[in-house]
Ligand binder design. Structure first.
Ligand SMILES: Nc1nc2c(ncn2[C@@H]2O[C@H](COP(=O)(O)O)[C@@H](O)[C@H]2O)c(=O)[nH]1
Ligand SMILES: [Mg+2]
Length: 293
């Protein structure tokens, strides 16, 4: 029986892997392995977690950015989206801004984005075609990971503060929008003439995922009896994505760190059990799952 997973799993011994408490990680992996896949669920962020943070040094398009590439999107929206992203993205990844101040600024970003989308006529078909033509690269091993989890009937919640319509389109493009995958995100609301009215339901941004009430959702009913979670995210706010899984027993949190590494590393090591510095793959979660799939 393996007792020291951290030492045994070679992917956890690479120089870009940072673990604050190895004993804790060993215990979490032990509980997840011994309880088996019937007790497991995976909760993952989308933008820059399922998609890569960068490829050949170029950062990747977010799900919102993909929407702005749709042919029907007017120049005014494209310019607004570019201006807002140029203003707010540096704030999002800036470790020197307090949580409360950043939260207010993120709420502003999402609200201004939603207002700019109102009145546009962009069909789901166009969003899917654009995602297919632009499709950002997924982390290496993502398709295999999703297929392995599907074969073992392990639910995956893709919990995104991005644009759910683009998230779904990308997963469909890579044929990983499988029966075990659920998406909770900002989906577009249309009127009966196909005109965008805004987001459907409460807005999810990068700093309120921990408050999003998973209870009462179709996903929550699906995972009632699954007490163990492997959580993956690229933003500090992602570490709270499983807070809504009230019955959770072992929650193993994997954080993908890329921006402002020196300043962010201590914060990420507090928020995540395993921090992967500039790792554009799913190698670590797949190495852990080898023990139970
Ligand atoms: N290019 C744009 N990116 C945006 C915009 N609003 C938010 N965002 C990015 O989305 C992610 C959230 O998605 P998640 O799946 O990671 O939760 C966030 O990190 C922002 O950088 C926008 O208007 N344009
Ligand atoms: Mg993200």
């Amino acid at each position: 029986m393996v007792s020291n997973y951290v030492d045994e799993i070679k992917e956890l011994n690479a120089p870009n892997v940072h673990i604050k408490d190895k004993e804790r990680v060993n215990k979490l992996i032990h509980d997840i392995v011994s309880d088996g896949h019937p007790n497991l669920q995976v909760v993952s962020d989308f933008d820059r977690t399922i998609t890569r943070q960068h490829e050949n040094g170029k950062s990747h398009l977010s799900s919102f950015a993909m929407f702005s590439r749709c042919p029907s999107v007017p120049k005014e929206y494209v310019e607004t989206e570019k201006r807002l992203t140029g203003k707010y993205f540096p704030i999002e990844i800036n470790p020197g801004i307090t949580h409360d101040e950043k939260r207010q600024l993120m709420e502003e970003w999402w609200s201004e984005t939603e207002n700019a989308m109102k009145g546009l006529c962009v069909t789901q078909c166009e969003i899917e075609e654009t995602a297919s033509s632009l499709g950002p690269s997924l982390r290496d091993g993502t398709v295999e990971l999703f297929k392995d989890l599907h074969s073992a009937d392990v639910p995956i919640l893709v919990f995104s503060a991005g644009l759910g319509d683009s998230v779904r389109a990308v997963l469909k493009h890579f044929n990983v929008y499988l029966a075990n995958v659920k998406i909770i995100s900002n989906f577009l609301k249309y009127n009966d003439r196909g005109v965008i009215q805004g987001f459907d339901g409460a807005t999810i941004h990068v700093l309120n995922k921990n408050e999003y009430a998973l209870q009462g959702t179709q996903y929550y009913d699906l995972v009632q009896n699954r007490s163990n979670v492997i959580l993956m995210g690229d933003s500090l706010g992602d570490s709270g994505m499983a807070d809504g899984v009230s019955h959770a027993h072992a929650i193993l949190k994997i954080g993908f760190l890329y921006d402002h590494v020196k300043e962010n590393l201590p914060l990420f090591m507090e928020a995540f059990d395993i921090v992967l510095e500039d790792d554009q793959s799913m190698a670590v979660i797949r190495a852990i799952l080898k023990y139970l799939l």
